[in-house]
Write a protein that binds this ligand. Structure first.
Ligand code: NAP
Length: 277
């Protein structure tokens, strides 16, 4: 039982056992000597509304949300910030001073910060994005905010990519999945936002022979950390950006909102989070 001076936060998901967030936030709480807790909260989809509404009376200052709650929470919270509205999903819920629930989304921020940490600049450069799911939406919002040039968007289910283009606007060209390898020849960045290449999923079969050598390659998948895509990009000499960095950076604004400290993403943190897998 926590006393009333302990700041309580956590992550809600179903299932929740796989989440690295408790380890990640726990590392920062310990590092900065903050009197707080961050718990894994197993919340079934039909209990999400109840669980979120109970937060103030249970002493929670906020929570992160993971699969399958990110879209459902949009209909539950009282306020939604502009980025979350644009992404169409909430990954952080903060209890306001008035007790109201505010939905935010830090995935686009995490993607941007991770690219910047690797020195990748994409202003006015074309970008190829593979995938059109929830993660792709956050990535495209980030790319727009960073001033990327044209975005070539490819997805196995092409209609889903077309829907994303229509919702998000901007210079997005949807291409058939099979034409992807040709699209990369003028790209400054290639991003895999599909689940292909993840442990337990089929491999991503995508040739990068046509990608200019100065282009960077990013993969949102972080298990394994070095995907086949990143390994072949590394072999060709491209700057590579792995998915763990995005995961760590997206947690920073949430930690700051919960516990009042902007935490650092360090090599030591990366190793600590990886050890816990
Ligand atoms: P999602 O909404 O379910 O979308 C999955 C995407 O993968 C869709 O574009 C889907 O295409 C594609 N896909 C799945 N199986 C495929 C197959 N066999 N062949 C071709 N395409 C396939 O999932 P999400 O939330 O966007 O997450 C996608 C990945 O990003 C996951 O691996 C997730 O762990 C990772 N992620 C990482 C971070 C991070 O911080 N690093 C953050 C968010 C997500 P269809 O539309 O055709 O089904």
């Amino acid at each position: 039982m926590n006393d009333r001076y302990t700041t309580k936060a956590g992550v809600m998901g179903w299932p929740i056992g796989h989440s690295r967030s408790p380890r990640l936030h726990g590392y920062w709480l310990n590092k900065y000597g903050i009197e707080g807790t961050y718990e894994a909260l197993a919340v079934e989809p039909n209990k999400l509304q109840w669980a979120l509404r109970e937060m103030p009376s249970q002493g929670f200052c906020g929570v992160n949300l993971t699969i399958p709650h990110k879209e459902a929470a949009m209909k539950i919270v009282d306020r939604i910030d502009d980025v979350a509205k644009r992404i169409g999903a909430v990954n952080t819920v903060i209890v306001g001073v008035d007790g109201k629930l505010e939905g935010r989304n830090t995935d686009a921020y995490g993607f941007t910060q991770n690219l910047m940490a690797r020195g990748v600049k994409i202003k006015d450069k074309p970008v190829t994005v593979l995938g059109a799911g929830g993660a792709a939406r956050a990535v495209i919002v980030a790319l727009h905010n960073m001033g990327a040039g044209k975005i070539y968007l490819l997805n196995r289910t092409q209609e889903r990519a077309e829907q994303l283009r229509d919702i998000l606007g901007g210079a997005i060209e949807v291409l058939p999945w099979e034409r992807g390898e040709a699209s990369v020849k003028d790209s400054g960045l290639l991003v895999n936002t599909t689940s292909l290449g993840m442990q337990g999923q089929p491999p991503l079969e995508f040739r990068i022979d046509g990608l200019p050598l100065e282009a960077a390659v990013a993969d949102l998948v972080y298990a394994p950390l070095e995907t086949d895509l990143l390994r072949s990009a590394h072999r060709r000499g491209h700057t590579t950006v792995d998915g763990l960095g995005m995961l760590l950076h997206q947690a920073r604004p949430a930690f700051q909102a919960f516990f009042g400290k902007d935490p650092e993403v360090t090599e030591q943190l990366r190793s600590y989070v990886l050890e816990g897998k």
